[in-house]
Design a binder for this molecule. Sequence first.
Ligand code: PLP
Length: 227
Amino acid sequence: MTDLAARLSDVDERIAAAARAVGRDPEELTRVVVTKFHPAALVRELHALGVRDVGENRQQELTAKSEECADLAELRWHFVGQAQTKKARAIRRAAAAVHSVDRERLADALEAAGDGAPVLDVLMQINLTDDAGRGGVAPAGIEPLAEHILGLPSLRLRGVMAVAPLDESPAAAFERLAGYAERVRRLAPDATWMSAGMTADFAEAIAAGATHLRIGTAITGTRPDRA
Ligand SMILES: *Cc1c(COP(=O)(O)O)cnc(C)c1O
């Protein structure tokens, strides 16, 4: 077994154990492998190991790697980073899901980039901190943004996403996120995704109800220096 295969199966065992510990079925969880800063060759190796959901946080890397991996069957790209409006077209072309919609202008730009493309799954990124620079809509803005996205025909609102704050226990932060997810479901009953949990905190996210885990380094190993 390669190191990559060993790390992947170790993480999957830890995910399954964390799910069972709180009475959840591991089958209901989607593990997105975040491959940022790693070459497309790593995505190919992951695909050969059965990985179908991969994530990127920068548009240029998403575009380049998705093109290099265009021949890989059933591979789904998740965009998880802060998105500039002017990059919406390129993101939409490559991604099956965008986890980081946090403002109306970005939702509008993704909608305008549709051009008859298949419906795009989107999540609302919620800011769990008081620092507006961290990305994500503030909790007070959840309902207006959800209503706005629901009015855009080529976007499908699937749920919420967040990154745990650095200065708070992830368990408490993800409990708050679960409450925000419920507020979104009151407006959009089928918005059932909760994207939360990274290498350091996926067990806490699973306990709080996460459905999509975004895991990088625990699977890929240490990221190469960013260019
Ligand atoms: C990099 C990244 C991850 C994965 O982080 P790890 O700590 O390496 O697991 C998850 N979500 C987002 C938004 C990221 O940018």
